[in-house]
Design a protein around this ligand. Structure first.
Ligand code: SF4
Length: 406
């Protein structure tokens, strides 16, 4: 979901004119090239539009209406320091040797350009990644230098999400954490074997998993840290889904371990889409429904107390596409053993389709006032009552409901 900020283009071009049109053109190009990378919780509010529908997309700067952990909505610029890269990941449009127009900023140039966008309220927050040039170490230094300039020379107090490069050192990870609100390391694949087929120059354990471990180790061993905003940043990762035979079981197994052991905030799943002129260009695209099911399952693992063993995988170790995983689980486990809503604890309530985190709390509150006896009282406190109906008892009785034909 993204919003194309075009209103101020003329103004911006004037603004940049004396400093050269080059910087604004590079930001346009790099923000467009990054527009499909999932990152923050992207808000549906804010006039999101598909860039293909824009008649002048080549003149747009892409900013994304994003929701911050505190609920604040900001305009997030997602971009790269450089779209040049010396690595050759098989799925990636930026891979070395691929013929397309690339652009590069120095840290100083980028910080100045971003701050001009920020002062005009075009970009309030920043997600900064980069292709790898002269090794991961050197590239990480460039990202850190950019964040240092923004924070300490230019006084930027807004949101920064910094990417950790494959091959970064522990001290660099710690410095990035001192400057950012969120850091991310994309695992890309659920294990070493799959990564080998997807990005043969990346090392799953040493280059990708280890920095994620450092992030958690640093947070755990320095709990009193009061950095620039009073706490350590959250950490996230991303997987490319379906390009090299990876199964949902593999992806969710790794995701569950990341949530449990490394306190990952979120795993992002990016359905594979073949890019022309890459080694995987003839692979079929992955269904976006599969991506959606993986998100649903990952939230069950993270927030609802489900374990990987309870996920309703089919014989191919994938989730069914035709039902969300909670509903599929409930059909097997709750149809003959419905849950009594008036006696269930929070964990049991969360197993019921149509009851989410907030609704479970609301039910526990409402029960203090008296028994819940019908679907309408359940609906009034926020449950999707018809969805829940086949799997519950209300005061000992199965609620009357109409079976949906569709
Ligand atoms: S290292 Fe990153 S930018 Fe470079 S080819 Fe791989 S995924 Fe693309």
């Amino acid at each position: 979901m993204l919003e194309i900020v075009k209103d101020s283009i003329d103004l911006l071009e004037q603004m940049f004119y004396n400093q050269g049109m080059d910087a604004i053109n590079r930001i346009k190009m790099l923000s467009a090239q990054m527009s499909l990378e999932p990152s923050e919780e992207i808000s549906a509010i804010g006039g999101a539009a598909c860039p293909k529908l824009s008649p002048r997309k080549e003149e747009a700067i892409f900013v994304h209406p994003a929701v911050m952990p505190n609920g604040q909505r900001i305009q997030l610029l997602k971009t790269l320091l450089t779209s040049a890269c010396e690595r050759n990941c098989f799925y990636c449009p930026f891979r070395a040797g691929r013929d397309f127009h690339r652009a590069t900023f120095t840290p100083d140039e980028f910080a100045q350009t971003f701050m001009q966008l920020n002062r005009k309220s075009i970009a309030e927050g920043l997600f900064l990644s980069s292709g790898v040039v002269n090794g991961g170490l050197r590239t990480q230094d460039q990202l850190i230098d950019t964040a240092e300039i923004l924070r300490h020379k230019m006084g930027f107090r807004g949101y920064i999400h910094l990417k950790i490069m494959p091959g970064a050192e522990r001290a660099q990870v710690e410095r990035a954490m001192q400057l950012a609100d969120r850091v991310s390391i994309n695992l890309e694949a659920p294990n070493t074997a799959r990564l080998q087929s997807l990005a043969p120059l990346k090392q799953f354990t040493d280059e990708l998993l280890e920095p994620l471990r450092w992030v958690e180790e640093i947070r755990r061993t320095q709990p009193g840290y009061k950095g620039w905003n009073g706490h350590w940043p959250s950490s996230v990762t991303q997987f490319v889904v379906g390009a090299v035979g990876d199964t949902d079981l593999e992806l969710l197994h790794t995701t569950e371990r990341l949530y449990q052991q490394l306190r990952l905030k979120r795993a992002y799943f990016s359905a594979f889409n073949p890019i022309p002129d890459t080694p995987l260009e003839n692979q079929p695209p992955t269904s976006p429904v599969r991506e959606h099911r993986l998100y649903q399952a990952s939230f069950l693992l993270r927030d609802y107390g489900f374990s990987i063993e309870e996920m309703p995988f089919d014989g191919t170790q994938n989730l069914p596409l035709d039902a969300d995983p909670k509903l599929a689980w409930a059909r097997t486990h709750l149809t003959d053993q419905p849950i009594e809503v008036n006696r269930a604890d929070r964990q049991e309530l969360l197993r019921i389709p149509g009851i989410g985190l907030k609704t479970a709390e609301a039910i526990l509150q409402a029960r203090r006032q008296g028994l819940l006896r019908d679907l309408s009282s359940l609906g009034k406190i926020g449950a999707a009552a018809k969805r829940a109906a086949p799997f519950i008892l209300l005061d000992g009785h199965r609620p009357a409901y109409q079976i949906s034909l569709w």
